[in-house]
Ligand binder design. Sequence first.
Ligand code: B3K
Ligand code: ZN
Length: 875
Amino acid sequence: APVIRLEDYTPPPYLVDRVDLDVRLEPDDARVASRLHARPNPDGGRGEFFLDGEDIELVSLELDGVPLPRSDYRLDDDGLTITSPPDRAFVLDISTRIDPSANTQLMGLYRSNGVYCTQCEAEGFRRITFFPDRPDVLAVYTVRIEARKSDAPILLSNGNLVETGDIPGSDRHFAVWHDPFPKPSYLFALVAGDLGHVADTFTTASGREVALAIYVERGKEDRCDYALQALKRSMRWDEEAFGREYDLDVFNIVAVSDFNMGAMENKGLNVFNDKYVLASPETATDTDYANIEAIIAHEYFHNWTGNRITCRDWFQLCLKEGLTVFRDQEFSSDVRSRPVERIGDVRTLKAHQFVEDAGPLAHPVRPETYREINNFYTATVYEKGAELIRMLKTLLGDGGFRAGMDLYFDRHDGTAATIEDFLACFAEATGRDLTHFKLWYRQAGTPEVTATGRYDAAAKRYELTLEQSCRPTPGQPTKEPLQIPIVFALIGPGGEEIEAPRTASPNVNGNLIELASPRETIVFEDLPGKPVPSLLRGFSAPVKLNANLSGDDLLFVAREDRDAFNRWQAVQTLATGILVDAQAKFATGDRPDLDPRFVDSLRRTAQDGDLDPAFRAQVLTLPSESDIARELGRDVDPDAIHDAGEWLRGLLGTRLGGELRDIYSRLGTNEPYSPDAESAGRRALRNTAMTLLAATGDGDGIALVERHYRNADNMTDRMAGLAALTRRPGAAADDALADFFERYRTDPLVLDKWFTIQATVPTPEALPRIVDLTKNPAFSLANPNRVRALVGAFAAGNATQFNRPDGAGYRFVADIVLAVDRANPQLAARLLSAFRSWRSLEPARRAAAEAELRRIAARDGLSRDTTDIVQRSLE
Ligand code: B3K
Ligand code: ZN
C-alpha cells in the first residue's frame, strides 16, 4: 500500500453540497441510488473528479440526467474517476449494488444479528456508494430508506425524520431523514431492523425539547436506563462546562452486537457496541457502568468536537479524538471523584500509551504518514492527545483555556479544521506563543524528566535541577526539548506546604514550573527547612518522572502530600521499586524481603476512614505486571515479574490480614445494588481487600472468596470472586466456572466475561484450555466482542502465558490473527498489536515472538491493516 503523507495534502478539486440517498434494503442485495450536487472547488485545482469506491458494483451513472459514456470515466479497484467533469455545478446520479450479509469487515453497510447497520469512519462510506470519501468534503444529506416491514420495521438515519409511509400494494415501507448540518461522509449512518427502544426527552438550556431514544434488540429494553440517564447528564454537562447545546430535534443511539470498536458518533445517530449500552446489576460490573457513562458522554461530546467542527484530513484525528477524550475525562471527574478518575486515566495512559511509545509502533499524536488510517486509532492519538489538551489548559489557566475553546467553536463551526487552526485560537485568545508547545504534536516518545534537589541549610536555599530527554522512536532518531508543565509544591518538614516559595526563576509561576530547555536549575530562597518536592502533581504532563526521592521521602509524600494523586504515585513508586528488586531475585532464584515501613504505609491508608474508599482501593492496588515490564524496558522475564507480584500480594494479605478482614466485613452491606461512584468505591475497596486475602493462598482466604462468589448479588462482586478463585486452577475454580456458565449461558455479554476470566488465568493450564474454548459452540471468530474476550484478553492480559517460553502463546495468537484477517482485517490488526513490546523481552522469548511475526509477514494475501502492523513491528 502507498504511504499517505500529511505534507501532500491538497484541497479537494470538487465539492459536494448536497447528497440525496435512496437505499432499498434486502439482506443480500441493497440498492443505493445517490444524487450528488457537485461543483468545482474555488480553492482547489482542476482536473479529474475521483470518487472512492470499494467492493461495490456500479449499476448506472448519469451526469445532469444523461448516462455518462464509458469514455468519460474510469473504474478501478479504488474507485471511479470522471475524467473531464464540467467547469460548473453539476449533478451526478450513481447507483450501486451491495451485499450487506456478505460484509464481514463490519465497515460500510452490514447486517449484525438481523439488523442493518453502517460504520463509515474512517473510510467506510466508499463501501456503500462512490463518493469523495474524505473528511473535508461536507454535504447536507437527505436519506430515504426503504425495506420490508417484516424485515425492518424501524428505519433510522442522521438528522430529523421528515416523512414515513407505506409502499402501496407491497409489504414495504419507507422513511426519509434530513440532516441540515453539513457533514463529512464518515458521519453518515443508517440502521434498519426489528428493534425495541426506550425513549425520553431532554430540554436544552435555551428551552428546545429533544426526543431521545435508545434502540436495542427486543427484550433488552430494560437494560438501557443507565445509558439514557448518562446521556442526559452528558447533555447538561456540555452546556454547563463548555456552553454547548444540542442542535437537532432527535438524538438516537443504537446498540448492536457486532462492532469493531466501542461506539461511533454519527450525527444524531450514534451506533454503539452493545457492551457499552446494556447494563443491569446482575450483568454489568461497576467498571462496565463507568465505561458506559464515559463512552456515552464521549460520543455525545463529539457532536461539537468532531461533528460541528470536523477534521480536514485523517492526520488531524487527534483534533477530535484527543479533545473529546479530554472532555469525557473531565465529565467523569465532575460526576464521579476527580482524583480517582485521574489515577484511573493515568493508569490507562501508562499501560497503553507509554507502552506504545516505547515500541516499534510509536508515532506522534499527529502522525505525518500512514498506510492504513484505521491503525492510528491508538492510545497515542486518543489518550496522549487528551494529555496535550490538559497541558494546554494547565499552561493557559481555566479562563484562557475556555476563551480559546469559545473562539474555536465560534470560528470553525461548520468546517473541517486542523491542529494549526485549533492552536491559533488559543494563541489569539490568550496572547501566548504556542510554537514550542506544538512540538508535542510532532514528536513521538515519552520524555523522561529527572529531578535532583540540593538543600543548603546554612543559606536556607533549595536548588532543584530538572533535566529532560527522550529516546529515539521510529523515524525520529534525535529529539528536541519540549515545553513541560510541572505542577509542584515544596513540602516543609512538618507536612505543611510552603506557600509561594521565593525564586528569581522566570519559569516558575505560582505552583507551575514550565520546563522548556534540556536542563534547568531553579533556586528557591528563604526556606524554613529542608523541603521535600511534590512534582508533577495530578500528572501534569505525560512524562516519566525520576524524582530521585529517597525511600523516606516517598513515605513522607505518601503520608503528607495534599495532592491525592501524588500520594498514590508515591506508593506506586515505592511498590515499583520493591517489585523490580524482587523480580531480579526471583529470576536468579533468590528470596526478596520487604521493608516493613511500606506495609505500615499501606496499613495507614487502608484504615483511614477519612479517605474515599475508591482512593484507598487504588492505593492498595499494586502496579501491574506490564507496569513493571515497562519499568525494566529490556530483557523482560514475565515469569519473574509475575512471581514478584504474587509474592508481594501474598505477603500483604498476610501482614495486613486483620485490617483487610475488618474492611471486608465492615463494607459488606444488605443495601440493594446501586451503580453510583460512592457505592462502587466501597465495593472496589472491599474486593481489593478480598483479593489480597485470597493471595495468601491459605484456607481461610480461599473459603472467604468462595463465600463471596456464591453470595454475590451483583456482577461486580461475582466477577471479583470468580477472578480470585480462578487464579489457582483446581476444583474450586472449575466449580465456580461451571456455575457461572450455567447461570449466564444465554447472555452474550456475560458469557464474554466467562471467556475472559479463563483467558487470563496465569498458569500453564491456561493455553490448552483456551485452545479448547475456541472449539466451544459459543465461540465465534465472526463476533469481535467474543474474539477480544478470549484472544484479545489472553494476549493483552495474561503476560506469563502469552509470553510462554516455548512460544506457544505467540503461535496461538498468530494463528487467530491469520484466521481473522481475511474476514475482518481491522480486528486482526488490533489483535496483532499485542506483539508491540516484543523487542523488550529476554532473548529466547524475543526470538520466539519474532518468528511468529515473520510467519505472518510471509503470508500471501494479507490485508493492508495487518501488513502495516506486522511491517512496522519488524522494522
Ligand atoms: N470515532 C470512532 C472511532 C472510529 C474508528 C474507526 N476505525 C469512535 C470514537 O472515537 O468516538
Ligand atoms: Zn472519539
